[in-house]
Design a protein around this ligand. Structure first.
Ligand code: COI
Length: 348
């Protein structure tokens, strides 16, 4: 049972849907639930406000934090759906386990999101291609400077309106010096440290004119893994190729959806190791190669330029590229224009 305290006024009246930066404007409410003495307390939905915590909270010092990112959409008939919250729920708990944090119950996670989105659905306009980005997260709140697994946690869910994360096709640099994640590490977990640790190499790439890096395996730097904000997919000769999941790659929900959609469209899907040399050879053969990022925020983001070992290559990004067919089908399912045969849409 969620205790709900509704906000008296909405911040939406001051929000400009035509000109905004992703992730700055919260919606009107936040879900909060504390974990103490070995169990979850009653969750509450409150008017959005800052959270008060001890400066000695363990999360601030040793990085016990985990988050998820998912989306709610308004369909053409006005109904609101949440996209694959069950898969996000499983990934959230897998990340929590890796970070020694307590699992959340499906009821708290999914009913909490549904209840929150019911209160915020007025942020989803009828016309514009705007969706609601939902950010569940958990932090270790026990006030203690000794290095230990926290005994206290706070689970929260906030939402923010979202348009396109990347408004333009991106330029990516394959990173062969720095490492994001090694086998046996936490690369597959959606924990805050994975992102913080990626900032420096990404910033260096930015200085060189790239939007992001594509990480390679930590041992040999010969195989591509994922980009900082999205998984990577490639189309060559009607084959969809994407790096096989491992302990150093995030099990992306959009990645999994695109794989299914590609199979349904009759494409051959190869989840396997992708060697840099293979990509270089394909580019040098003059073949049409599509490369794109896939992620909840990024959806499908075309890569217009990729720097591999110091040479820039230019993947195919014209309007008839296969990635746009995949993107359209994904969008059609979410918007209720195409049959949702895998029950990915959860109505609120
Ligand atoms: C997501 O796609 O949900 C992410 O976590 C990436 C982040 C850049 C917003």
């Amino acid at each position: 049972m969620i205790n709900i305290q509704k906000s008296k006024r909405s911040m939406k009246s001051n929000f400009n849907y035509d000109d905004f930066v992703f992730g700055v404007q919260p919606t009107d409410h936040i879900l909060l639930c504390n974990y103490k003495d070995g169990s979850w307390q009653s969750p509450s939905i409150m008017p959005y406000a800052d959270i008060k915590m001890s400066p000695m909270s363990l999360c601030l010092h040793y990085g016990q934090t985990v988050f998820e990112g998912m989306k709610a959409f308004r369909q053409d008939n006005g109904q609101v759906i949440i996209f694959r919250p069950d898969k996000h729920f499983r990934r959230f708990n897998a990340s929590l386990e890796r970070m020694c944090m307590p699992a959340v119950e499906q009821d708290l996670f999914i009913e909490g999101i549904k209840e929150l989105v019911r209160l915020e659905e007025h942020w989803l306009p009828e016309e514009q291609e705007i969706n609601l980005y939902i950010r569940p997260f958990m932090i270790a709140t026990e006030p203690r400077l000794g290095v230990k697994v926290s005994d206290e946690y706070l689970f929260c869910i906030v939402c923010t309106p979202m348009g396109l994360y990347y408004s333009e096709p991106v330029r990516l640099k394959v990173e062969t010096e720095f490492v994001r994640a090694a086998e046996g590490g936490v690369g597959y977990a959606k924990c805050g440290g994975n992102y913080g640790a990626a900032f420096y190499p990404a910033q260096q790439a930015k200085i060189q004119g790239y939007d992001q890096v594509i990480w390679t395996d930590a041992k040999t730097h010969e195989y591509i893994e994922e980009a900082g904000t999205m998984n990577i997919a490639i189309v060559i000769d009607d084959r969809l190729i994407t790096p096989k999941l491992s302990t150093s790659i995030l099990d992306g929900v959009t990645r999994s959806s695109i794989i299914q959609i590609a199979k349904d469209l009759g494409m051959i899907v190869e989840e396997r190791k992708v060697q840099l040399q293979e990509l270089i050879d394909e580019f040098q053969s003059g073949k049409k190669i599509e490369i794109f990022g896939v992620g909840t925020a990024a959806v499908i983001s075309p890569v217009k330029c990729i720097n591999i070992l110091g040479t820039e290559y230019y993947p195919y990004t014209a309007n008839d590229a296969t990635m746009f067919k995949l993107k359209k089908q994904l969008n059609d399912i979410r918007k209720g224009r195409s049959s949702d045969k895998y029950n990915w849409n959860w109505f609120i």
